[in-house]
Design a protein around this ligand. Sequence first.
Ligand code: FAD
Ligand code: NAI
Length: 464
Amino acid sequence: MADYDFDVLVIGSGPGGYVAAIRAAQLGLKTACAESRETLGGTCLNVGCIPSKALLHASELFDEAAHGTMAKWGVKASGVELDLDGMHGSRMEAVKGLTQGIEFLFKKNKVEWLRGRASFASADTVKVGDRTVRAKNIVIATGSSVTPLPGVDVDQKRIVDSTGALELAEVPKHLVVIGGGVIGLELGSVWLRLGAKVTVVEYLDQILPGMDAEVRKEANKIFKKQGFELRLGTKVTGAKVEGAGVKLTVEPAAGGTAETIEADVVLVSIGRRPNTDGLALDKAGLKVNAKGQVDIDHSFKTGVPGIWAIGDVVPGPMLAHKAEDEGIAVAENIAGLTGIVNHDVIPSVVYTMPEIAGVGLTEEEAREHGEVKVGKFPMLANSRAKTNRETDGFVKVIADAKTDRVLGVWMIASVAGTMIAQAAQAMEFGATSEDIAYTCHAHPTHAEALKEAAMAVTGKPIHI
Ligand code: FAD
Ligand code: NAI
């Protein structure tokens, strides 16, 4: 340690980086975290998970009050008005509270925040702003940013990325979303609820790639019913800002006649790419792979001794909880413990209404591995969902036909994001569908739908 400034230097303070830094400090390691943003917390807390969920929650309340859902429950609200500035105020308050919370945790755990952009000078030396520090271990946790679409230049006014779409000063009349993935559907839902017409242009022939096919199909139906216009199998070939609007040229993905769509605002959400620009990885002896990611082994080691990497910058799903778990594991590995992340059991959630969630293999993937049994249960037959008038969706349990071990769970339900935790835990413990079916679930809860779907694997649900 003598000539090192730190035992651990983490580059980036997103959910991966800040968690790694705190865990390393908890384990007695002298730790610093470099962050170039004005506030800690990375994409997730500043311009991702948290502000998007603030707007999803607020827009849902507005929708319920303004469009009759509350009235159906005998709660009559008259003169409901949208105070968009107020909504943005709540979003910013949520972000401020949580990012300052990380600053507090850094102080509490004695993690030093090195303010500025970090770049490698060598394998153990990093420049951050006007400081140069040496660290025994360096964790790259620089996250990701929006993938640009050639010909559609983001100006954050008329053509926005997710950050711009969180900050629109007025509700667009027509929002065109390029990309029917998680960001497009979550932020599309926000503006749809607040009164925009929303068109989603998706290159593939279905929304939400990577999810279970039946879930994707059902989600498609639900979003259409909510008023989304979904243009599948369609590619955008160009965008021109004209006056207060944008003219988008689109054509069938397979080729065909081009047409123009006029929008007030266009959201580009076609995926994200790892952040490695400006890091001078070459000076550390590191290279990125064909996808621009930093390759690692199962313990988060890169090819260079003492350099580790986690989160969105490494292969795997770009999710905050995956980054956090990797943050804990990498710190434990650095401290000489055994930090492990089970990448087969990472839940994913789309926070639309209803929510869409999954963990493990899709039915299609599971069938590629061997024979499976599938149990399904509709939310329409769940007493709590029916009472709450949240009947859209279903739960599906996929189990190995021979061992009954649960291979995947997929669901669309108003509170699927909360329900999926139970499925993830069951899978982590190696549960069979029978284990879930014979676990007592509180009544009346949406979670009973998971129990019934598990019962349906062997054909024995009670309520259908
Ligand atoms: P990041 O959070 O991207 O943090 C990296 C940090 O490193 C940044 O603050 C960056 O400024 C800093 N940095 C980069 N390079 C340098 C450098 N050279 N020097 C110093 N600092 C540097 N995931 C979920 O699980 N749930 C959600 O609900 C969810 N919602 C999202 C909504 C939106 C709109 C977006 C865009 C993303 C969302 N995500 C969500 C994804 C989630 O934000 C990411 O998976 C997560 O933030 C990745 O964490 P990370 O620590 O790897 O990187
Ligand atoms: P995404 O990968 O979820 O979806 C991108 C979509 O754009 C795909 O459907 C893809 O087929 C489509 N596409 C790609 N190129 C296109 C083109 N040229 N024209 C039309 N469509 C095109 O990416 P998204 O929505 O940008 O989100 C990025 C990442 O952020 C996600 O992968 C996810 O990991 C993370 N995220 C997670 C959230 C959550 O967990 N709730 C919320 C928001 C983001």
